[in-house]
Design a protein around this ligand. Structure first.
Ligand code: ARG
Length: 570
């Protein structure tokens, strides 16, 4: 639709009345299409031309040479209203969708690289429900950026280093668990979860335990072989389960370079900080002060020599810049870490890295669960947090119950139920602006009506099912575009034409909800078209079937860009 805007601006500028850029900026899309599809107010010219806007518009209208695809211009009360030629629009858009397929609306490569750090859970424990947010927002943004022309480097900055591992080691040894390799190899994340919980419990009664854990981590960091062996086993056990869940969710990364990966890269960073005179002693720790920004100091190294979260993020940022030469580096991490990312950026600035500003924290709100009548943020330590795998399983089961009622013969119904269930959870997370908290409740997330995953999935399934029932494949030669001019078809085609604009908007604002809303709009317009314009058995069957096919293609890709599974049958 942007190309219409530009073409109209050019035609108007050719009359000499408007500057090209000025016209581009002034043209808007009125909500009521009775006043045209595009409108240009002439008020700005009144002063220089010493004429009433109404007169200006009336004089200009006949002088404008209508660009391709615009069939009429009307002067009304100081506005120039332009009308799209429905047939031209239908033909140009649907031909393009048909020839470009799923890629329609994707941008050409812009030669830019973006690093995307998402999901990045702390391992040693299982994924909790709240990990869904970073995972799915990041997964979707990675796909959106790629569609917008970027080269995307997808990074999982696993929390696989730090005091948490000291805790696990202390508890493992205290419980005198066997440390032979075979036992270590068979460890599961469930056992680690229990271990972690018992540490927290024991530490409440015995405050000295926290110090022991810190000491254990420090020993690990100094290269103790035995501790390293334990750590490796803990890491492997969690990673195995993590990969199982990512695979189920359709989530992917290029690198699993967690915090431990930067262990050998930190000394150089600390040296650099020292050489630049930025490292100061404060309360027995080495810090970089940020007083001039009215921020707390960034902690770099503890008194026992062990490093911290920020140290590893500094090393990671510098490594990524060197390795991938990114134009932009995104961190999809909850709002609670805003200060941390501010500190990291400012330390990089003080170190003289002029690219510090290309690091962007993409924060998001929390998931709230209804616990005892109150909306609460689940916590692992209280044991109240829901595990992501439990939520996925429950979603799958609920959808399966539904399928068993409606369509018990469906092939592969377990897998389809799982995919619809995961998609429903994802959509529920992505449908609003990411900074909003997500109030999670089963009924609204899994409903087949309203702004939900199942609703958009169902629209896609209906389109697929019409194509299946037709029993043949339509192509361009089958289409008579004069049969696609009614309101329901036209509204749908206008929406399809917006795909590239929506992708770019989602990318510029880092908001997958732009595409979630778009998917809802397409689903609504598709339902209306199918309802108003009977497809199968009508005189216009082939033309309408072609529009069904093009809509299915667009919707499928939009679902994929959101990280949903475009299920074809349910
Ligand atoms: N592991 C961290 C957490 O669970 C998130 C890491 C985000 N990425 C980063 N580069 N700091 O809170």
């Amino acid at each position: 639709m942007n190309s219409f805007n530009d073409a109209i601006a050019q035609a108007v500028a050719a009359t000499g009345a408007f500057e090209l850029e000025q016209a581009k900026k002034l043209i808007t899309v009125p909500t009521d299409t009775e006043h045209g599809n595009f409108t240009l107010p002439c008020f700005v010219l009144a002063r220089s031309l010493h004429k009433a806007p109404k007169v200006i518009a009336e004089e200009l209208a006949p002088k404008i040479e209508l660009p391709n695809g615009i069939c009429k211009v009307e002067a009304v009360a100081g506005y120039l209203n332009f009308f799209i030629d429905r047939k031209f629009l239908a033909k140009s858009i649907l031909e393009a969708v048909f020839s470009q397929g799923l890629e329609y609306g994707h941008a050409e490569s812009n030669g830019k690289v973006v690093c995307m750090d998402y999901s990045s859970p702390n391992i040693g424990k299982e994924l909790a429900f709240h990990h869904l947010r970073s995972t799915m927002i990041g997964n979707s943004l990675a796909r959106i950026y790629k569609a917008a022309g970027y080269k995307v480097v997808r990074i999982n900055h696993l929390g696989d280093w730090g005091t948490a591992f000291g805790k696990l080691i202390v508890m493992y040894l205290r419980e005198k668990r066997p440390t032979d390799q075979a036992t270590l190899d068979s460890l599961t994340v469930k056992e680690l979860n229990i271990l972690y919980a018992s540490f927290s419990k024991a530490a409440e009664a015995e405050p000295g335990l926290e110090d022991e854990a810190r000491a254990a981590f420090s020993k690990l960091e100094k290269g103790d072989d035995f501790y390293h062996q334990l750590w490796l086993a803990f890491r492997a056990a969690t990673l195995k389960e993590l990969m199982r869940i990512y695979k189920m969710m359709g989530v992917d990364f290029d690198y699993y370079t967690g915090e431990s990966f930067y262990e050998d890269k930190m000394p150089a960073v600390i040296q650099d900080l020292e050489a630049k005179g930025l490292l100061e002693r404060s309360e027995e720790r080495d810090v970089v002060k940020l007083d001039e920004y009215k921020l707390n100091p960034c902690l770099i190294r503890k008194s026992d020599g062990s490093t911290l979260y920020a140290t590893r993020d500094l090393a990671a940022a510098i490594y990524r810049k060197k390795e991938y030469n990114f134009d932009k580096s995104l961190y999809v991490v909850d709002l609670g870490q805003a200060l941390h990312f501010k500190q990291v950026k400012l330390v990089l600035k003080k170190m003289g890295y002029n690219w510090h500003d290309t690091l962007v924290h993409i924060p998001f709100g929390v998931i709230l669960n209804l616990i005892d009548g109150k909306w609460e943020k689940g916590k692992t330590r209280t044991g109240k947090a829901k595990l992501l795998r439990d939520v996925i399983e429950a979603a799958q089961q609920k959808i399966l119950d539904f399928i068993n009622q409606k369509n018990p013969e469906l092939e592969n119904k377990e897998l389809i139920a799982q995919q619809i269930g995961i998609s429903a959870l994802t959509f529920n997370d992505l449908k609003n602006h990411r900074l909003m908290d997500v109030k999670f409740d089963w009924d609204s997330a899994l409903s087949f009506e309203g702004a939900t995953g199942p609703y958009v999935q169902n629209a896609h399934v209906r389109l697929c099912s019409i194509m299946r029932k037709a029993g043949y494949d339509v192509t361009l030669q089958d289409v008579n575009f004069d049969q696609l001019l009614d309101d329901a078809a036209y509204e749908l085609i206008k929406l399809l034409a917006k795909k590239s604009e929506k992708i770019l908007k989602a990318c510029e604002t880092d908001e997958p909800c732009e595409l979630a809303q778009y998917a809802l709009d397409i689903a609504g317009a598709a339902h209306k078209f199918i309802h108003d314009d009977r497809v199968l058995g009508s005189a216009e069957e082939k033309s309408r079937l072609f529009l069904v096919k093009c809509t299915q293609i667009i919707l499928e890709d939009v679902l994929v860009l959101l990280g949903l599974f475009p299920v074809r049958n349910m």
